[in-house]
Design a protein around this ligand. Structure first.
Ligand code: NAD
Length: 246
């Protein structure tokens, strides 16, 4: 069975992607942040994946650490025997205005959201090159396409991911490896629960479909991009925002 590794999959969009890919028939490697709370949630997600009749295991790693990512990818390959799909989903926000942003707020968001994609893709792509196949989906954001006030650090990290996706796609396309990104708009998750009602009302105004997205609506596009139905799509960033940018 083909194996998919999803980072930051203990909750939110990552957990939903793991469950959707399990339904699609992928064996699932669930990465979670190394904390007791995240481990417990990841175990719950793994149980739900197994209900689809596939194998699902959890793996602790902080994706901002180059060494922990190398160890994570090796552990998944050792445990499952192959690694056919990678979803770089883990991400954080530390929102504040540029003039108030601390160096720590900038550096930590870049490390978790952006450098993690390098940390994860380097060892994964080596495996996929030997296998002569593979697919990667990186989690960008509309903030990386259009910017967002209060998200200088986050927008930087997500815009970088779009460039990294195109560069990697060009490097590895001849090896039968596809690399794409998705750029969600506002999706109902613990990350967006933090917004005030006033902030939400302002945002609805700009969305053609007049609602937040559901995590399943991201998972279904990731499922498509990893599948053979997307066999001639690489280097693309698919916006999933209910028509936010029109
Ligand atoms: P979330 O906060 O619910 O989930 C993020 C996950 O990443 C959590 O499981 C968390 O434990 C994990 N994580 C954080 N730091 C980590 C680290 N150092 N190592 C390993 N795991 C780590 O958020 P979400 O809304 O599900 O976001 C998932 C992805 O989607 C993120 O990359 C986010 O930027 C992106 N995104 C979300 C939205 C949205 O509206 N929710 C919009 C655009 C993009």
């Amino acid at each position: 069975m083909a194996v998919a590794l999803i980072t930051g999959a203990s909750q939110g969009i990552g957990a939903c992607i793991a469950k959707r890919l399990a339904k699609d028939g992928w064996d699932i490697a669930i990465n979670h942040y190394p904390s007791d709370g995240d481990k417990a949630k990841a175990e719950g997600v793994a149980e739900e994946c197994r209900a689809s009749g596939v194998r699902a295991e959890i793996f602790a790693a902080d994706v901002s650490s180059f060494d922990q990512c190398a160890e994570l990818v090796k552990s998944v390959k050792d445990a499952f025997g192959s690694l056919d799909a990678l979803v770089n989903n883990a991400g954080i926000t530390k929102d504040t205005l540029l003039t108030l942003m601390t160096e720590e707020q900038y550096d930590s968001v870049i490390a978790v959201n952006q450098k993690s994609v390098f940390n994860m893709m380097k060892p994964t792509i080596k495996i996929m090159m030997k296998q002569k196949h593979g697919a990667v989906v990186n989690m960008a954001s509309v903030a990386g396409l259009y910017g967002n006030p209060g998200q200088f650090n986050y927008s930087a990290s997500k815009a970088a991911i779009i460039g990294m996706t195109m560069s990697a796609a060009k490097e590895v396309g001849a090896r039968n490896i596809r690399v794409n990104a998705v750029a969600p708009g506002l999706i109902k998750t613990p990350m967006t629960d933090k917004l005030t009602d006033e902030q939400k009302a302002k945002i609805f105004d700009q969305i053609a479909l007049k609602r937040f997205g559901e995590v399943e609506e991201i998972a279904s596009v990731v499922s498509f991009l990893l599948s053979d139905n997307a066999s001639y799509i690489t280097g693309q960033t698919i916006e999933i925002s209910g028509g936010l940018s029109m």
